[in-house]
Design a protein around this ligand. Structure first.
Ligand code: CDP
Ligand code: MG
Length: 833
């Protein structure tokens, strides 16, 4: 009853606020998603007035003058001595030799596919060729070239590189735009952006008015956004006959894309790489020359050591690692493994064998091999940072002044980014720990050694049980070859594959495209927002269409959460959700958080779920880390633990950026900062959508109502719900789809033996061997009744019936009526009646 009163009070207040503003924001919402083409600016959203012929002529004159000016500036740079030197560097790239062929093909065809070895200069040169040629022909002020990248990091580093090659600062003719950041000015004619940014622009600018060239890079990666963008662009081409589309791909399968666009020309850039010698696991072992003996058992190596006293240790350590690997190999006869059981092979376990092997190889390379950078491919950010910490903590690689150990990831600072591309001082060994993004989107020239762990974390999606799995999976043969190729850029190189040859032979030829292995909810919403017709019909036009079952699951989910109505139309809620660039469940929390006036903590929850888990769990200090997290846990909720951790950080931030606080509490300072900036972004998005008052800076202070927060989290995460079944000493969990499930050990609720609530809502379930729930919050019956399920459908009776499936008790009729009334009020709000 207390909860009901509070919800009612908030609703009343909110409704009276909306009564004043809803008209305006509704109009705003409708005009933003309309297709009348009157809005063509991705952020300004201003209407373009109809111009008189006089002002049109004046504008044309101005543009012409600017074009002439740009041409003069470009020429001046090309004729300067710095410009000339830069040109010589560029001319060494294979892409440069194809410049004329490429420009010709583009001028004669609407769609052109360009394929060439990674590092041949596609990304840095081809957009630049187009820009240079446009400026040269006095179209500098009227051309608008957009080049998409699948990742933030390459978007930023490539645009900066091109600006340098053009002797400019970033944000002049070359700029970039990624989520949260951007650098572009009035003169920016070549814009690099992530694929997601271009998709968002299509929302408000369906015809890409004024855009002259669209370049889609790295299409071979077959990311979901890229595949989606290709369908949209393919439909757009007939409407914009003068628009040019250029697709760039690293590897072979150019024919697939060519035939998708009806047999368009493919320009091949011939590449050159030095030979790379491959070592597989068995060769690596041979290289060690050690044999398994009884005294060579692995010891604990958490002790402090200085690099000076390290030599003897290193020698001993090498033999230990070698023997442990050998033992693992002997215990597993690889030839008898089917691809499935191979997945569970124990030797590639980052806890022991994988790390040890990498460490061993790094030691060997640093100790005696020829100079050259080392590139290590690892499965994911967690592994990278724990290996980096491990290597650094004990100076395991020798004199720290002679080793430059770098990690390559999406959100790194730009100084770190530069270091990755730069040659280190002589005598210093550069070691870059990276994920599969260094396979094709980033080229580090001086790499001579590659260590390939053979796996990559990919999100795969099992449509049958509707559970996303995030497991390190074996890479494809193409990926393995790409990784190997990274070692032969400047001289003959070496590649160490940390798996036996027979495992490589069993790899799939190509990786499955993302659209076939991930849930499709956000994609479906995007299809609806862009008014692209029936979801399944649209997706059937993809390069490779997802399974019908996966599409149906996604549509069903969107109906359950109230984003689509029974006829598959976007509801008002659905329309609001597409304006928030987060998963639908997180969007729902932001919306209800706004309405129920508890936005501040909810911003933190949502931002926290959008970044890498800020709670660190270093393998060797797991207990300490868990204890640290437990301090923040008072409410049987991982989400609120995060809110508390963030609040603490916010206070500590004033002292040296809060690093000390993060260090003590096993928190990632980087994630904390990311949360901070995401919070600000979400707040301004919410203001844009008209859900909250534009004048408000901080919507609500820390004093929040805990039940209200549970309600908002439940509203977002439903139908991710499991029941808590208490036994004598502990409890077990059940979901409708999976039966018995387990809590991930990171969850604060996994430390409790009793939870005084009957339900847990969860953010994620992951199938490893059993199904594990991550990030949970406990909720009561009444919260589940009120906030579980969709509100906007208006089918309240149906909902209570559905909820009845979850609830094991029969509801008192007067209670039911109270809930019904409240839900109707919420209904009306969302339908904006
Ligand atoms: O796209 P593709 O793989 O064909 O090559 P690219 O990314 O255009 O790289 C061409 C050359 O530019 C390589 O030698 C890179 O090392 C270099 N590059 C750089 O020095 N700094 C960057 N930020 C990007 C590329
Ligand atoms: Mg590239």
């Amino acid at each position: 009853q207390g909860l009901q009163r509070r919800v009612e009070a908030h609703l009343k207040e909110y409704l009276s606020y909306k009564a004043k503003t809803v008209k305006g924001s509704q109009d705003n919402l409708i005009s933003r998603t309309s297709s009348n083409g009157s809005i063509n600016n991705d952020e300004g959203l201003f209407e373009q007035p109809e111009l008189s012929s006089q002002s049109k002529a004046a504008i044309e004159k101005l543009l012409w003058r600017r074009s002439v000016q740009l041409q003069t500036e470009q020429k001046a740079w090309q004729e300067s001595s710095d410009g000339w030197r830069m040109l010589q560097l560029r001319k060494n790239l294979p892409a440069y030799k194809e410049k004329d062929a490429i420009l010709n093909a583009i001028s004669q065809n609407q769609v052109v596919i360009i394929s060439g070895e990674t590092g041949c200069g596609k990304t840095t040169q081809i957009p630049q060729f187009i820009l240079e040629s446009e400026i040269e022909y006095f179209r500098g002020a009227t051309c608008s070239i957009i080049c998409t990248q699948p990742r933030r990091i390459s978007t930023m580093s490539v645009s900066e590189r091109i600006a340098t090659e053009r002797g400019e600062k970033l944000g002049e003719t070359v700029g970039y735009k990624v989520r949260l950041e951007g650098m572009k000015g009035r003169d920016t004619r070549l814009l690099f952006c992530t694929t997601g940014i271009l998709l968002r622009r299509l929302l408000v600018d369906r015809n890409l008015k004024d855009v002259t060239h669209v370049i889609v890079d790295e299409i071979h990666e077959r990311g979901m956004n890229e595949d989606f963008l290709l369908i949209v662009l393919k439909e757009l081409l007939p409407r914009r006959p003068e628009l040019r589309l250029i697709l760039m791909s690293a590897t072979l399968d150019a024919n697939l894309f060519s035939s998708y666009f009806g047999g368009v020309p493919v320009v091949q850039i011939p590449g050159f790489t030095h030979p790379v010698h491959s070592f597989f696991l068995e060769d690596v072992l041979e290289k060690t020359g050690y044999r398994l003996t009884a005294e060579n058992q692995i010891d604990d190596y958490g002790q402090e050591r200085t690099w000076k006293s390290n030599k003897q240790f290193i020698r001993k350590r090498k033999s230990q690692i070698a023997s442990a690997v050998e033992e693992a190999l002997m215990s597993a006869d690889f030839r008898n493994y089917s691809p499935q059981t191979r997945e569970s092979m124990s030797y590639w376990n980052p806890d022991c064998m994988g790390f040890n092997l990498i460490e061993f190889l790094l030691l060997t390379i640093c100790g005696n091999e020829k100079p050259g950078a080392v590139l290590v491919f690892m499965t994911g950010w967690d592994d990278i940072s724990s290996l980096k910490d491990k290597l650094q903590a004990n100076h395991l690689l020798g004199d720290p002044r002679r080793v430059l150990l770098l990690a390559c990831h999406g959100s790194m600072a730009s100084i770190e980014q530069k270091q990755i591309f730069e040659k280190p001082e002589p005598g210093v060994r550069k070691i870059v720990l990276a994920t599969n993004m260094a396979e094709t989107s980033i080229t580090i020239d001086d790499v001579v050694f590659v260590i390939d762990c053979g796996k990559a974390k990919e999100t795969s999606y099992d449509a049958l049980n509707n559970t996303p799995c995030l497991l390190p999976a074996w890479i494809s043969k193409v990926s393995a070859k790409q990784r190997r190729g990274r070692a032969g850029r400047v001289q003959p190189g070496e590649c160490y594959h940390l798996y036996p040859r027979c495992v490589f032979n069993a790899f799939a030829e190509y990786q499955l495209p993302e659209i076939l292995r991930t849930p499709l909810q956000s994609l479906c919403l995007q299809i609806k927002t862009l008014k692209l017709g029936s979801i399944s019909e649209f997706l059937s036009k993809a390069l490779q269409s997802p399974e019908l079952l996966a599409v149906q699951n996604a549509i069903e989910y969107l109906k359950v959460i109230g984003a689509l109505d029974e006829k598959e139309n976007l509801t008002v809620l659905g329309r609001y959700l597409t304006m928030l660039p987060v998963e639908p469940k997180l969007g729902k929390m932001l919306i209800l958080g706004s309405i129920l006036n508890c936005l501040d903590p909810i911003l933190t929850v949502v931002a926290g779920l959008s970044v890498r888990d800020p709670f660190l769990a270093p393998l060797d200090k797991k207990d300490l880390a868990e204890a640290a997290k437990a301090q923040f846990s008072r409410d049987h909720s991982d989400h609120f633990a995060l809110v508390r951790a963030y609040e603490g950080w916010k206070v500590a931030e004033h002292e040296l950026g809060g690093y000390e606080y993060c260090w003590k509490n096993f928190l990632s300072a980087q994630s904390m900062k990311a949360i901070d900036s995401l919070r600000r972004e979400f707040l301004s998005l919410l203001k844009d959508t008209g859900l909250i008052d534009g004048n408000i800076v901080i919507y609500n202070a820390w004093s929040y109502d805990e039940n209200l927060l549970r309600a908002v989290v439940c509203y977002g995460l439903y139908p991710g719900i499991s029941s808590i079944v208490h036994n004598e000493k502990s409890f077990s969990l059940k979901t409708m789809e999976d039966g018995q499930v387990l809590l991930h050990s990171n969850s604060v609720n996994s430390r409790d033996s009793r939870i005084p609530f009957p339900w847990l809502v969860f953010n994620e379930k992951i199938k490893v061997n059993s199904v594990f729930l991550r990030d949970t919050t406990a909720v009561s019956d009444s919260i589940l009744l009120l906030f579980g399920g969709s509100i906007s459908k208006g089918d309240t009776d149906g909902h209570l019936k559905m909820l009845g499936g979850y609830l094991e008790f029969f509801m008192d009729p007067s209670m039911a009526e109270m809930y019904l009334n409240l839900r109707k009020e919420l209904d009306e709000l969302f339908q904006c009646k």
